[in-house]
Design a protein around this ligand. Structure first.
Ligand code: URA
Length: 472
């Protein structure tokens, strides 16, 4: 006879620092998704207590893998295996102006289309399931939805059709994927448990693994614009995600990359699509150099893991060729058309940017731009109207900022640093002040770290024995 597992026992075991059994974790997650108002198999208070137990006691590698798998299979999964091709995705922990997905999906799609399987399916496919803006960071879905007609709410069956036809699909989270995460995340938000690296890992990896991936490349941000407050904590999170992906049979590599200033030229919604369209059409604005470097590096790793390039560097070179040749742009047009988007807006993207109000922020002194508070820059973009104050708020297609300088640049007093865009003149004041107050201009040029800081692969991680992480 199987022993009944009561939620209270799972909570007590975690509270007291014991390792949970596989069945304890699975039964807790089952209870979360199967409960109904009439049948409270587990109460909100108990889920909150469990989350706090995990926050303080952590999870060992086995517990974390079992929790992630239980969440992954708590709802519908994308059976991309039936395509019989290599399935890969990229995930970023979130940044300001971070639009690499818009370049990576078409680059990899173009690479895959050039090597179709005997059934005519692209040799690599990217089922990119993305999110909306969160806090100070932007969201890929909000950017894509500025393209007239573009449908991000595809069913998983329809996503498979787009993958077969185009090699990539760009869609939003469906209500049926990983329902356990939706319930846990809502309670984490109210109980001060969002920042646990174990809970973040289970949340992100359960959703990515529900795409049935062969490989995953993670872009884990470090620096003042990252969610994690220190380099060590970002690295610990990257290690947990790599170990959890590998334990599920998905080749997983994480790149620790800098988020000390907005990535690329524009930060907002339509203006980020415009920047990527320019790049795919061969226009490389100097302010887009960091965006191009990061997108090519992530694409290079993806091509390498998919077996299409003998090394990450060869993959980067191949990705650059695809981008320069116009193949990525053709793949982009195909994906946008397949999902109902009107591609005529890409002919002259600047003319589709119609902000009602605009202001230029100029340098107050001469010197070198040494640092800025990138998180504040992200909040400034949100306050201009490009992000949300609360879930469900509408976002502006036109709002955002254009960067005219990058860290390390020598600037003259009166030189334009940022242009701010909004639908409403009244929304310009506070963001302008937020940006101005958070810039540091120095006499000496700063020493800046490289954009790509470190690569974390399975063989470079330490075993996780349930410690809470650095400085805990
Ligand atoms: N993004 C997620 O999907 N989950 C988290 O916990 C944090 C960021």
């Amino acid at each position: 006879m199987t022993k009944t597992i009561h939620p209270i026992d799972v909570i007590l075991h975690k509270r007291d620092g014991l390792a949970l059994t596989d069945e304890e974790i699975r039964s807790f997650i089952r209870a979360i998704v199967r409960r109904t108002p009439a049948r409270q198999l587990v109460t909100d208070a108990q889920i909150a207590a469990f989350l706090m137990g995990v926050f303080f006691q952590g999870l060992n590698s086995r517990e974390l893998s079992v929790l992630t798998e239980a969440m992954r299979f708590s709802g519908e999964v994308a059976y991309t295996e039936i395509l019989n091709t290599f399935v890969i995705d990229k995930h970023s922990t979130g940044g300001v102006g971070d639009k690499t997905s818009l370049l990576i999906a078409p680059i990899i799609a173009a690479a895959g289309v050039a090597h179709p399987t005997p059934e005519g399916i692209p040799g690599i496919v990217v089922p990119m399931i993305s999110g909306r803006s969160l806090g100070h960071t932007g969201g890929t879905l909000d950017k894509l939805e500025t393209i007239p007609g573009f449908d991000t709410q595809l069913t998983l069956a329809r996503m498979l059709d787009v993958l077969k036809q185009c090699g990539a699909a760009l869609i939003g989270q469906t209500p049926t994927i990983v329902p356990a995460d939706r319930i846990l995340y809502a309670l984490r938000d109210h109980t001060g448990t969002v920042e646990s690296p174990f809970l973040i890992t289970a949340s992100i990896m359960s959703k990515k693994l529900a795409e049935s991936l062969n490989a995953l490349v993670l872009d884990v941000k470090v620096g003042c614009g990252a969610f994690m407050p220190s380099y060590e904590k970002s690295k610990f999170l990257a290690e947990l995600m790599v170990q959890t992906g590998e334990a599920a049979g998905t080749r997983t590599v994480a790149l620790l990359t800098g988020m000390d200033e907005p990535l690329g030229r524009f930060s907002g919604n339509w203006i980020e699509v415009w920047e990527c369209v320019d790049i795919m059409r061969g226009v490389r604005h100097p302010m887009s150099a960091d965006l191009i470097e990061l997108s090519l590096t992530l694409s290079g790793w993806m091509l390498h893991l998919a077996g299409h390039s003998p090394s990450p560097q060869a993959g980067i070179d191949r990705a650059d060729e695809i981008l320069r040749s116009g193949d990525a742009y053709n793949a982009w047009l195909k994906i946008i058309q397949a999902q109902g988007g009107d591609t005529s807006v890409f002919e002259d993207p600047a003319s589709h940017h119609t902000p009602g109000a605009k202001r230029i922020l100029k340098a107050g002194e001469t010197g070198f731009l040494a640092s800025m508070d990138c998180k504040q820059a992200g909040w400034a973009v949100q306050r201009l109207g490009a992000g949300r104050a609360k879930p469900g708020d509408p976002v502006s297609a036109n709002a955002g900022i254009e960067s005219h300088v990058k860290l390390g640049a020598h600037i003259e007093e009166g030189q334009p640093l940022f242009t701010l865009f909004s639908d409403d003149e009244a929304l310009l004041e506070e963001p302008e002040q937020m940006l101005r107050e958070n810039l540091r201009i120095m006499e000496e040029p700063p020493t800046l770290p490289p954009l790509i800081r470190e690569v974390i692969a399975a063989d470079s991680t330490q075993p996780n024995r349930g410690r809470r992480g650095p400085d805990a």
